[in-house]
Design a protein around this ligand. Structure first.
Ligand code: ZN
Ligand code: ZN
Length: 555
């Protein structure tokens, strides 16, 4: 590899939603040094992965390269950018850099996880910077749906890369400063080699409405509500929480916080000054004592999560918070693809109780934190990159972002995939190699390789159940007791009403009878014959083959 080379590789988040992790490498002729940007998760609900809580990027390449990693910078505190760090950091032990809010929320998240190790985070002030090996990084403020979101201006000896992180243009965000157009324009004046940017909304024309417009709608809906109001939104959306709190105060309603994730974020937001001047919120214990037109419940569960506050309220299972006919629930959120059925379940539960439900389909009660096409064009116009690499999106989003960039005259546009090693140089971008990448599953307290057999076996189990057989035999191959057979997850009777357990017993007995005496002495041959007979007999009735486990105990 020649020296003075700059490379980029996404290890997650490109060609998919979530799990953002990018690396930049610079080689000065000695050895390539790496900068990591973000380390996020994606959620397993949509993935048909039974029992898997989270999906994390596979970082075996980074573990290999650990000594050459100069640090990890977080663009912002969303889970799809930060959520894998608690689990993966012990394997990497690299220095982490984050702004005050992200560092505080990370620490609060860490403390909520039993047994999580101490993880040091270096705090970088807003609009500050840090130099890590050959990378001099400046934080550039961008508007988004969580406080302190940053684009990174990454200066290297061969040029500047602007890594946008998640952003939008919002001239009137509720919290924080608008996207720093002046800084981005001055970077453009200086000359930007590459723009690596958010593609989430590249299929949407125009511009996103402002958080201030959403705040106005919320205030009106809260003011005119006849009885109780509950609002659900993303727990980390402090700007939206602020807007709801302000609206509640104007409507002379107390705010009751329902849900631990929301409490955690609010505590961090109080500590970092993002709720300065907002009224004190109440705990759920006071909910029942407040008059119906004097209370607003701010709840977790906008994605229909079954254990979150709103799902429990909708199922009338919350110990302290209830809603009745005439109350109003506002979903100040968007349903993330994959969660539609769960959200519909919650909405139907509420409507079934006579509650009025308002969503972003009928009212401007939510806006995305990502740039639409006119905003993407503004960014390109400010930064004027030689190269544009679309990231943070599925294949369609990347392709649309690329097309838009080409139409705007960006000289070199390159669409890549997770694991592609992209060479960035003044004369263009090129995929020059591949680095190992993949997925890791968070399964309870453990991390599993995505290609481990565990989850595949679990899926098979869930599809066709299991038959477990225990046989006690003498060393001559004579049964000393009735076979013990247990069927789990298998229909109890066949189409003619015959018990499946009888089918199984007969299959086991017949298999043993048919087995020649000599072979009956070999436990392995017994097990194999019984297994084959069982699967065959059950499949004949059911048209599905269960997993069979046969244990032969020689007594
Ligand atoms: Zn994101
Ligand atoms: Zn984000």
């Amino acid at each position: 590899m020649a020296q003075d080379e700059l490379v980029f590789a996404p290890l997650g988040g490109v060609g998919e939603i979530g799990m953002n992790l990018s690396i930049y490498g610079f080689d000065d002729g000695a050895r390539r040094q790496w900068l990591i940007v973000d380390c996020g998760v994606s959620f397993a609900a949509q993935e048909h992965l039974p029992g898997v809580d989270l999906i994390l990027p596979d970082v075996r390449y980074l573990i290999e390269e650990r000594r050459n990693i100069v640090g990890l910078v977080l663009t912002h505190a969303h889970e799809d950018h930060m959520g894998a760090l608690i689990d993966l950091w012990p394997r990497l032990k690299v220095p982490i850099y984050a702004t005050p809010f992200a560092a505080a929320l990370f620490e609060a998240r860490r403390l909520s996880e039993p047994g999580a190790p101490e993880i040091p985070v270096n705090v970088v002030p807003l609009n500050g910077g840090v130099t890590l090996g050959p990378f001099a990084i400046d934080l550039v403020n961008v508007a988004h749906s969580i406080p302190e979101s940053n684009a990174l201006a990454i200066r290297t000896p061969v040029g500047v890369v602007v890594h946008t992180g998640d952003w939008k243009i919002d001239p009137t965000p509720i919290l924080g400063a608008p996207t720093d157009q002046a800084k981005l324009t001055s970077l453009g004046d200086e000359g930007v080699l590459a723009l690596v940017g958010d593609s989430t909304n590249a299929v949407r024309d125009g511009r996103s409405p402002s958080e201030a417009d959403v705040a106005k709608t919320l205030a009106e809906l809260i003011r005119t509500a006849p009885a109780r109001v509950a609002v659900t939104t993303f727990a980390s959306h402090v700007g939206r929480i602020r807007a709801v709190a302000d609206a509640a105060r104007l409507a002379e309603r107390e705010v009751v916080i329902v849900g631990r994730a929301m409490e955690r974020v609010i505590q961090v937001a109080r500590e970092t000054g993002y709720l300065d001047g907002a009224q004190d919120f109440r705990g759920t214990e006071s909910y029942g004592y407040l008059p119906r037109d004097k209370v607003l419940a701010l709840c977790t569960g906008s994605q229909g999560e079954p254990r979150a506050a709103l799902a429990r309220i909708a199922a009338d299972e919350h110990p302290e918070v209830t809603l009745n006919r005439g109350d109003r629930v506002i979903f100040s959120s968007r349903t993330i693809p994959g969660n539609e059925i769960a959200v519909a379940g919650v909405i139907n539960g509420l409507v079934g109780q006579g509650v009025e439900v308002i969503t972003d389909r009928s009212h401007l009660v939510h806006v995305s934190g990502h740039p639409r096409r006119a905003e993407l064009l503004d960014m390109i116009g400010w930064v004027r990159p030689k190269i544009l690499v679309p990231v943070h999106g599925e294949a369609l989003h990347l392709a649309e972002h690329a097309k838009l960039a080409r139409s705007a005259g960006v000289p070199h546009v390159l669409v890549c995939r997770n694991g592609d090693l992209v060479h960035l140089a003044a004369n263009g971008a090129e995929i020059i190699d591949e680095v190992p990448f993949g997925r890791t599953y968070k399964d309870g307290a453990l991390l599993l390789d995505a290609d481990a057999r565990t989850i595949a076996a679990r899926r098979r189990l869930s599809f066709a159940g299991i038959v477990s057989v225990a046989l006690a035999m003498t060393d001559k191959g004579v049964l000393v007791a009735d076979p013990e057979i247990e069927l789990i997850g298998i229909p109890e009777t066949d189409a003619s009403g015959g018990p499946m357990s009888v089918v199984a017993h007969e299959a086991v007995e017949e298999a043993l009878e048919l087995l020649p005496k000599a072979r009956r002495r070999d436990p392995d041959q017994v097990a194999e014959a019984v297994q084959r007979a069982l699967r065959g007999a059950i499949a004949q009735r059911w048209n599905k083959k269960p997993i069979c486990h046969v244990h032969v105990l020689t007594v």
